[in-house]
Design a protein around this ligand. Structure first.
Ligand SMILES: [Zn+2]
Length: 271
């Protein structure tokens, strides 16, 4: 299993793509968020991911930097289904706000000839907290992150009730969510800023975005094994990996990953 990191930036990043990734088993891909636009197509192409091999998509919340890229994927899927190049439906999961937004936007922007494919071949599936589905042969449990800005969901991949992989979106982790981080093998988290810059700017108060220190301390306390930090500012990408990793190391003893766009992170076979 591997993570294909498609983007690593925050909402208005210009030096890298917005944070999104796939969990992949070599054949099939589970896409998590899609960034803010058409750039998703380039990121997928550069990662050698064929769109038709994406079978499941999850959109965490309605903010543009997570949702709008999905429209391009829907458009490409729609054409392929229309031409009968594809048979098996693609599933797009999200909370009620996400599904309502996708329905509304698609009705306006997707070519009319393709509209009948929505919810037939392109399935919008509204999920509630603690709903479980099978993706890539794993139990994926969607979780309401109790976010402050708009309703935001994450998910945890579980095996025999052990937390294997936890995704907590782009806000500060709430107390309710902590149980999904307990002993998790992999945590994918937002870390907007590192070190002194984070101290000075205080993104936790100002934007409800996390800092490296906050996430690393929490991960140490909750016994996380591997920590992936993303959704960062893009003002110093050249030094980001080193700066963010060194800051996280001060508070967290597990493995730390601060990926660049298009990086691949190999994760254990059993996940
Ligand atoms: Zn975001």
């Amino acid at each position: 299993m591997r993570l294909n990191i498609l983007g690593t930036g925050h909402g208005t990043a210009t030096e890298c793509y917005n944070t999104c990734f796939t969990i992949s088993n070599g054949v099939e891909h589970f896409l998590v968020d899609a960034g803010g636009g058409n750039g998703i197509l380039k990121q997928l192409k550069s990662s050698k991911i064929e769109i038709e091999n994406i079978k499941n998509i999850f959109v965490s919340h309605i903010h543009m930097d997570h949702l709008l890229g999905v429209l391009w994927i829907i458009r490409i899927f729609a054409r392929k289904f229309y031409k009968k190049e594809l048979i098996e439906p693609v599933k797009i999961y999200g909370n009620d706000e996400v599904i309502s937004a996708l329905n509304k936007i698609c009705e306006i922007v997707i070519p009319k000839d393709f509209l009948f494919l929505l919810n037939d071949k392109i399935k919008f599936i509204e999920v509630k907290t603690n709903d479980r589905v099978k993706i890539l042969d794993f139990d994926v449990e969607f979780i309401d992150l109790s976010a402050k800005k708009v309703k935001q969901f994450g998910f945890v991949i579980k095996k025999d009730d052990v937390n294997l992989f936890t995704f907590i979106g782009d806000e500060v982790c709430s107390a309710n969510t902590e149980k999904y981080l307990n002993n998790t093998k992999w945590l994918f988290a937002d870390a907007y800023m590192a070190g002194e810059e984070a101290e000075r700017h205080n993104p936790i108060e100002r934007h409800h975005h996390s800092t490296v220190k906050y996430v690393a301390e929490m991960s140490e306390r909750l016994n996380v094994e591997n920590l992936v930090l993303s959704h960062t500012i893009d003002n110093d990408l050249k030094n980001r990996k080193e700066k963010f990793t060194n800051d996280a190391k001060k508070y967290f003893k597990g493995n730390i990953f601060v990926p660049d766009d298009l990086e691949i992170i190999e994760i254990e076979e059993e996940l």
